[in-house]
Write a protein that binds this ligand. Structure first.
Ligand SMILES: [Zn+2]
Length: 269
C-alpha cells in the first residue's frame, strides 16, 4: 500500500537511499544525516523480504539480480570512499587498496583504476595475485604476515601511497597501512572486519599532514553511479561463487578462510 514509485514485477535492489529527499539535510546534500530516513532492506537470508520503496532502486536491463544485490554495499561503498567530496585521486597518485581480494577490495580496485592513478593491491593470499592484476592492479604486494609497507615504499621510490583505501580495518592499519601513507596522504577506512583498534603515535599524523577519514555505506547517488558504470561495462560486479541456501554454512567457512574472491551470493533461482 502507498507504493507509487515501483510496480508489481519491477526488478529492484537495495539503493542505500532510505533518506527522505525533502528534509533540510537531504535538500542541502547531507542525506547521511536525514532526519526522516527509513531502514534499508532488513538483514538476513530469505527468499522474500519487505522493504520500504524508498530503500530500493530499479535494476537496469542487462544487470542480473545477483550482481545488483551486491552493488550498494560492495561497489557503492568503495566508490564513495574513493570519490568522497570530489577528492578523487589524480592520475599521478599512488592508490593502495588493502584487502584487495575481498568483496569491497576487488571493486575498490576497479574503481581506483578508473581514476588513472597507479593502483597497488595488497593481499595476504598468494592465489589471488593474478586475479588482482586482472581487475586493475598495476602492482600487487602479497605478504602473508601482513607487513606490506616496506614493499609499498620500495615500489613508490620511498614516496608511499597518496591514497590508502582500507577495507579491512584496524589490523591492516597497524600492520603497515599507516606507515605506507605518503606525506599529505589520505587514508580512507571503508570497512572493519575484525575487532582490532587502529593505533598510531600522533606525530605520525602531523608530520605527514595526512588525513584519516572514512565513509559510510554507499548512498543512493553512489549506488546509481555504480549501476551506470556496470551497465556501461566499465566495472564488473565480482561474484565468484553462488550457493543454494542449504550451503550457507559452507559459504561462511570459505569466507572465514579467505577463499572467496569478491562476493559470494546465496541464490534462490
Ligand atoms: Zn531527509
Amino acid at each position: 500500500p502507498g507504493v507509487t514509485r515501483h510496480r508489481g514485477g519491477d526488478r529492484v535492489a537495495p539503493s542505500g537511499g532510505g533518506h527522505c529527499g525533502v528534509c533540510d539535510n537531504c535538500q542541502t546534500g547531507l542525506a547521511v544525516r536525514c532526519t526522516d530516513s527509513v531502514p534499508m532492506v532488513s538483514e538476513g537470508y530469505a527468499e522474500l523480504c519487505l522493504a520500504p520503496e524508498r530503500s530500493v532502486m530499479r535494476i537496469p536491463d542487462g544487470v542480473g539480480f545477483a550482481e545488483a544485490s551486491i552493488v550498494r554495499c560492495a561497489i557503492g561503498t568503495p566508490l564513495r570512499g574513493i570519490y568522497l567530496e570530489g577528492k578523487e585521486p589524480k592520475s599521478h597518485d599512488n592508490i593502495l587498496i588493502l584487502g584487495a581480494g575481498g568483496g569491497l577490495g576487488i571493486h575498490a580496485l576497479q574503481l581506483a583504476a578508473l581514476t588513472g592513478g597507479r593502483v597497488i593491491a595488497s593481499t595476504t593470499t598468494e592465489s589471488k595475485v593474478p586475479i588482482l592484476r586482472q581487475y586493475g592492479a598495476d602492482d600487487v604486494v602479497c605478504t602473508p604476515d601482513g607487513r606490506f609497507h616496506e614493499q609499498v615504499m620500495d615500489l613508490t621510490d620511498g614516496h608511499g601511497a597518496d591514497y590508502v583505501i582500507d577495507t579491512v580495518g584496524g589490523s591492516t592499519f597497524n600492520a603497515g597501512g599507516f606507515r605506507a601513507l605518503a606525506y599529505y596522504g589520505r587514508y580512507v577506512f571503508v570497512g572493519q572486519i575484525n575487532n582490532e583498534y587502529a593505533r598510531f603515535p600522533v606525530p605520525w599524523l602531523f608530520w605527514r599532514e595526512a588525513v584519516l577519514t572514512g565513509c559510510t555505506g554507499g548512498m543512493y547517488a553512489d549506488t546509481l553511479r555504480s549501476l551506470r558504470l556496470m551497465e556501461a561495462g566499465r566495472i564488473e560486479a565480482v561474484i565468484s561463487e553462488r550457493f543454494p541456501i542449504e550451503e550457507t554454512p559452507k559459504m561462511h567457512r570459505l569466507l572465514q578462510d579467505r577463499q572467496i574472491v569478491g562476493r559470494s551470493v546465496i541464490s534462490f533461482e
